[in-house]
Design a protein around this ligand. Structure first.
Ligand code: NAI
Ligand code: MG
Length: 385
């Protein structure tokens, strides 16, 4: 039996609702696929900050490093400055564990109306550089409180950082349509963005089946609204990728659907799986949160841990629950978080025969592990290139 130890940080707000929902689904899948998932919960986040003056203990990263993966809900509270909650927990984890890829699938799902009159299904992957770029600590403030108060923040692009993001994206593109789009702004930002373009261009030359198009991010944002189905893999810097992925989740129906994987592709450190959304204090504690982004992140985690069949099964189950009209309010349905979760659990059981879980620990049934979902589209290739 495969065993994995998973660190769980539910965090704040709706994180405390969607994480237990996703864990119930993961436990059911684990039973059916003979996996042993050992979840260890950490009560870190804004409440911890209000009692202890920090988001996680001093040795928090050491504690997390002992696990195979990290499963995070969201952090952020109206009572704690967002800079504290982000820089006290999520950003140190992403940096120290060299999770330099933030992979964010954007896909239309049956049963969820897109606000666009989209005739074609959307299925694209955003590869966001996750360690450097615009989110740097280099800079400072001067003349605080004076009329000429000023602030400077440097953007840092390194050849190593840009090329490894581009390599990951090119490798994904070569396993799909071969079409890679690089988000840039090299007309206005004249030092860092032309460097980004050059390094992406050079890196992609190692992938003969892949062609890269450089698109200015303003035009690319419009492109994502007008014809998102013509895009496949997008590689973007930290800030541009952050913005484009929120846009992507909105064009497919709701930010509550969007998953993400913060990957250390080499496996030197645990990777972190979390929905794209935040702690949503406006709906927290009301049973209104859509758990799909969290559950889908759990499917990405299963795939990353080497279980594509289990991942495809979980993905097929939440897609089926949505298709059968069990969605939460943000996607036009009437279900509460727990009602939707119950529908996913039912779908997991109903789909078990299709996912051939009768032979625990057996060899992968499809050699590429990808053919098991009824729609054949459940596996999105988060494996390291
Ligand atoms: P948000 O994503 O929490 O909420 C934006 C809007 O989407 C809200 O109207 C919310 O109700 C709705 N929404 C979000 N997730 C939903 C779900 N699963 N189901 C249904 N509706 C959902 O972003 P916001 O309001 O900008 O930030 C709230 C807090 O979360 C802030 O403190 C922010 O810093 C933090 N945050 C944390 C993130 C993380 O932990 N990775 C990411 C983004 C924000
Ligand atoms: Mg964001």
């Amino acid at each position: 039996m495969s065993r994995h130890s998973i660190a769980v940080i539910a965090g704040d707000g709706i994180g405390k609702e969607v994480v237990p929902a996703a864990i119930a689904c993961l436990e059911r899948i684990a039973d059916l696929h003979s996996l042993s998932l050992e979840f260890t919960s950490f009560d870190w986040g804004s409440d911890y900050y209000l009692s202890n003056g920090r988001m996680m203990p001093v040795d928090g990263l050491e504690q997390l490093a002992r696990h195979d993966a990290i499963f995070l809900g969201a952090v952020g509270s109206p009572e704690v400055p967002d800079t504290e909650s982000l820089w006290g927990l999520l950003i140190p984890i992403r940096r120290e564990f060299q999770q330099y890829i933030n992979l964010r699938p954007v896909k239309t799902l049956d049963g969820v109306a897109s606000p666009l009159a989209a005739e074609n299904p959307i299925d694209l992957l955003i590869v966001r550089e996750n360690n450097e770029g615009e989110y740097s600590e280099v800079g400072g403030r001067m003349y605080r409180g004076l009329p000429h108060e000023s602030a400077v923040q440097e953007t840092i692009f390194t050849r190593l950082g840009v090329s490894r993001a581009a390599r990951f994206a090119a490798s994904l593109a070569s396993s799909r349509s071969g079409k890679l789009t690089s988000a840039t702004k090299s007309n206005g930002i004249i030092h860092t963005m032309p460097f980004w373009d050059e390094v992406v261009e050079e890196t992609v030359k190692d992938y003969p089946g892949v062609s890269v198009t450089h698109e200015l991010v303003d035009a690319l944002a419009a492109h994502m609204v007008l014809k998102p189905w013509t895009l496949d893999v997008i590689v973007a810097s930290n800030l541009l990728g952050d913005i484009l992925s929120d846009l992507g989740s909105s064009v497919t129906g709701s930010i509550g659907l969007a998953p993400s994987a913060n990957l250390n592709p080499e496996g030197d450190f645990p990777s972190l799986f979390e929905p794209v959304h935040g702690s949503a204090p406006d709906i927290a504690g009301k049973g209104l949160a859509n758990p799909v982004g969290q559950i889908w992140s759990g499917a990405m985690m299963l795939e990353h841990l080497g279980h594509p069949q289990a991942a495809a099964h979980l993905q097929a189950a939440f897609e089926s629950a949505l298709r059968n009209g069990h969605g939460t309010r943000d996607v036009g349905g009437t279900s509460s978080t727990s009602e939707f979760t119950a529908a996913v659990l039912t779908a997991i059981d109903a789909l078990a025969p299709l996912h051939r879980v009768a032979a625990p620990d057996g060899p992968a049934l499809a050699p590429d592990g990808a053919a098991l979902a009824p729609d054949g589209a459940a596996v999105f290739g988060t494996a390291a290139p």
